[in-house]
Write a protein that binds this ligand. Structure first.
Ligand SMILES: Cc1cc2nc3c(=O)[nH]c(=O)nc-3n(C[C@H](O)[C@H](O)[C@H](O)COP(=O)(O)O)c2cc1C
Length: 145
């Protein structure tokens, strides 16, 4: 089974987790590809079957630079059909910011709104993302199995 792992990152945390996800999922027999969000349009995303979104939030509740285009496209993606897409979001942030994990929350909400199927509830993380990750990726594996 094919799984695309998309990351939105400013300082590399989400990218590292995406790469770790690939290692774990590949070891479990999934055909996994890591993609930088800057290389994925909303149209391209709508053609994928299984997707993990790992993204931080930056600035004052804004997407990281490499996620900006996809984020803005997904805000109004009403012309696209996401009904074949299964997804789960891991959101990185810090809870002392007013807009805690906003980018991940927006992706999670918008994908559902445009017809994609959420396979797991959104996983929020604070500075504990390295502790949360192993359990999250295990849940992902079980759900896809
Ligand atoms: C300048 C700056 C602004 C940030 N703004 C937010 C924010 O608005 N909301 C939030 O939840 N986290 C915010 N964060 C926290 C980051 O999302 C967090 O450090 C995350 O682990 C970064 O992951 P990345 O390396 O993948 O970008 C901010 C961090 C910095 C340094």
């Amino acid at each position: 089974m094919e799984i695309k792992v998309l990351y939105g990152t400013e300082t590399g945390n989400s990218e590292s987790l995406a790469k770790e996800a690939k290692v774990k999922l590949t070891a479990s027999g999934f055909d996994t590809e890591v993609l930088d969000m800057k290389d994925v349009s909303a149209k391209k995303l709508s053609g994928f079957k299984n997707v993990l979104i790992i993204t931080s939030t930056w600035g004052d509740g804004e997407p990281p630079d490499n996620a900006e285009n996809l984020y803005n496209e997904l805000k109004d993606a009403s012309g696209l059909d996401f009904s074949n897409l299964n997804y789960a979001v891991l959101a990185l942030g810090q809870s002392f910011y007013e807009h805690f994990c906003k980018t991940g929350k927006d992706f999670d909400e918008w994908l559902e709104k445009y017809g994609a199927k959420r396979i797991l509830p959104i996983q929020l993380s604070d500075d504990d993302f390295n502790d949360i990750f192993p359990e999250w990726i295990q849940k992902v594996q079980k759900t896809f199995n």
